[in-house]
Design a protein around this ligand. Structure first.
Ligand SMILES: Cc1ncc(COP(=O)(O)O)c(C=O)c1O
Length: 409
């Protein structure tokens, strides 16, 4: 008899964004009085940078001619892209990362989910709360948790984020083996200082733990004192894996290209306590289960690092940060406290009360979609996430609608 993976039955409700889409569809069927503005899902709205488009066109032409056609490429990515990443994203910032420590992939979402294949079933896992739901749900699917009780899975160590700690999770009181960190943070927009990241690296080294560092929003950092990579912190090569993506950096959400950095010094341990390097393990996994990102997409990603590409990417991100500033300013005028939005595309707004009720109210009364904080964990209750990924006209219209609702109260 074929048995199902019963861990799936432990998952709570549907994936957050599927539930949001369901509520929007139900409301749309009632013919809302004006178009709905979506400030919820963190998908980009600006087109690909022209330098990336030109590089992709050239690569498509190469694929069209017998002399320059390419079939399967290296599973871990073409050298031209890995070298550009290592030089620009790491070595230029003083982070000692080599091209062969980079694995190009089709998404940080799948990499953050798949990486746990390398670890034993019985490890202790710490996740921040609020949290990007993928880290939690994929561990539930893999059977690393017990059932959910009051919205939290038994067996996970939750690190509570709050206004008091600036949504930078505190070190765990107990010893844990695997720690998920995400900075700039989704959903709170928080960033971690060099001192805070150093405390995490020191903790991981002292406990022989591993940090999974998700830096998908790194390109939004404008404050020069904030590290872009965990590998800017001494000692991180031994105890951290970093995930990056071109999705938010260069508008690749529909194009798909990302990468994972596993330094050769990074180890986990056998049950007997013997160190095992994670780089060859991931290489084995990647080459066995993945056949590489398409050549035109890797050429487009490489173009991000050209002088024109760098300028275009910066301009696009400046545009989103301009949206974020408008949202922050509106929240301030409305008397709502908000964090994020300065080195991040997300603004995390304290609303009080039930965040799903607030979501429904904004949908029905303003025809504006935000993301309810409760969807990111218990500590997200009483908050909403507003995304800066939108046209300027939509951001201004959405903020005008929210202001009008407040004025009518
Ligand atoms: C924190 C975080 N990591 C990863 C991803 C997904 O990145 P990708 O598009 O590369 O799969 C997202 C997307 O929203 C994200 O918010």
């Amino acid at each position: 008899m074929i048995h199902v993976n019963e861990n799936y039955a432990k998952l709570q409700a549907s994936y957050l964004f599927a539930e949001i889409a369901r509520r929007i569809r139900a409301y749309e069927a009632e013919n809302p009085p004006r178009p709905i503005i979506r400030m919820g899902i963190g998908d980009v709205t600006e087109p690909l940078p022209p330098a990336c488009v030109a590089a992709m066109h050239r690569a498509v032409d190469e694929m069209a001619a017998r002399e320059t056609f390419r079939g399967y490429g290296p599973e871990q990515g073409y050298a031209f892209l890995r070298e550009a990443i290592a030089a620009n994203d790491f070595q230029a910032r003083g982070a000692d990362i080599a091209a062969d420590e980079i694995f190009v992939s089709d998404g940080a979402k799948c990499d953050t989910a798949n990486i746990q294949e390398l670890f034993a079933d019985n490890i202790r896992i710490a996740v921040p709360d609020p949290v990007y739901p993928v880290y939690v749900d994929t561990n539930v699917m893999a059977g690393r948790t017990g059932p959910a009780v009051d919205g939290r899975y038994a067996g996970l160590v939750y690190l509570d984020g709050s206004a008091e700690n600036g949504f930078v999770p505190p070190l765990p009181a107990e010893a844990v083996d695997l720690i998920y960190l995400c900075f700039p943070n989704n959903p709170t927009g928080a960033t971690a200082t060099r001192e805070q990241l150093t405390a995490w690296v020191d903790y991981a080294r002292a406990n022989k733990a591993l940090i999974l560092f998700d830096a998908a929003y790194e390109a939004f950092i404008r404050d020069p004192s904030i590290p872009h990579s965990i590998f800017e912190i001494p000692g991180a090569r031994e105890c951290a894996i970093e995930f990056r993506s071109f999705s938010k950096t260069a508008g690749f959400t529909g194009t798909r290209c990302a990468f994972t950095v596993i330094p050769k010094d990074c180890h986990a341990y056998t049950a007997k306590g013997e160190p095992v390097a994670l780089h060859p393990m991931w290489m084995r996994r990647h080459t066995t289960k993945f056949n590489g990102v398409s050549y035109p997409v890797q050429r487009a990603a490489e173009a991000v690092y050209s002088p024109e590409g760098q300028k275009q990417v910066r301009d696009i991100i400046d545009f989103y940060l301009g949206n974020a500033a408008i949202v922050r300013e509106t929240m301030r005028k409305l008397g709502l406290s908000a964090v994020g939005g300065e080195n991040s595309p997300y603004i995390w707004v304290r609303t009080g009360g039930s965040s799903w009720d607030f979501f429904d109210r904004l949908l029905r009364e303003c025809q504006v979609v935000v993301t309810p904080g409760a969807g990111f964990g218990r500590c997200g209750e009483g908050y909403i996430r507003i995304s800066a990924f939108n046209s300027r006209a939509n951001v201004e219209e959405a903020m005008a609608r929210l202001s009008a609702l407040r004025a009518a109260e």
